[in-house]
Design a protein around this ligand. Structure first.
Ligand code: SAM
Length: 215
């Protein structure tokens, strides 16, 4: 069952295909998982959502904490336009969107926290360590980076995720990182990493990496 906030966000999009995507996406990252992820975000200050897509999670985390300012970044200009329109419809003034490639993100030291939800496997693997280092530079010591992605094991769950990724965007290459490899890349970029297992009855090998910038 979707919460009232989630239902309001879904209604803020006109396009029935986008709404169907929102229902599916909020079905996968449903209320329990929104809370599991959200508990690690500061209730105040600037938060960066890398690869925000249509903006549904940035809208949710902005709507659920008015003291937060969520900045969404995505390479897809069409999605950014839809996210901006939805934010305006919802009357949210603590969220903003920007079109841009995460690989060009330099880190300006002004973020309190950042998150990436199912983005890492869409970024070419060689570009991931530089992106993680840029995110480290953008955060203060102790600042949080949350990365939600999928593990490579168990293999049947990875194949299930691959089929869905290919159904959504057949031409977009994906590279799944094993939990050990991604945790290692995060540590190498300057984070202390804790894994939060998001146990699901759906066949997704979700892993949430809760990272704190080392001093
Ligand atoms: C699976 S969707 C996830 C969107 C959103 N985070 C969510 O959980 O619904 C992946 C998103 O990553 C974006 N993306 C992929 N590569 C990117 C890059 N290099 N820079 C910024 N966004 C990127 C895509 O445009 C797409 O919106």
């Amino acid at each position: 069952m979707h919460s009232a906030t989630v239902r309001k966000i879904i209604r803020a999009y006109d396009d029935p295909i986008v709404r169907a995507y929102c229902w599916a996406r909020f079905g996968i990252l449903r209320q329990r998982f929104l809370d599991e992820i959200g508990q690690y975000l500061p209730a105040e200050g600037p938060v960066l959502d890398i690869g925000c897509g249509f903006g549904l999670f940035s809208l949710y985390y902005a709507a659920s904490a008015p003291g937060r300012f969520v900045r969404g970044l995505d390479v897809n200009g069409g999605r950014i336009a839809l996210a901006r329109r939805a934010a305006a419809r919802l009357g949210l003034d603590n969220v903003a969107y920007e079109e841009g490639d995460a690989r060009d993100f330099k880190g300006d030291g002004e973020m309190g926290a950042a998150y990436m939800l199912d983005i890492v496997h869409h970024v070419p693997p060689a570009s991931v360590p530089p992106l993680l280092r840029a995110l480290r530079r953008a955060l203060p010591a102790g600042g949080r980076l949350l990365v939600k992605d999928v593990d490579t094991r168990p293999a049947p769950k990875r194949w299930f995720t691959w089929l869905l990724d290919k159904a959504m965007a057949p031409a977009v290459p994906v590279h799944y990182w094993s939990a050990d490899a991604l945790a290692g890349a995060l540590e190498g970029a300057g984070f202390v990493v804790r894994r939060h297992l998001m146990v699901d009855w759906l066949p997704y090998p979700h892993v949430l990496y809760v990272c704190e910038a080392r001093g």
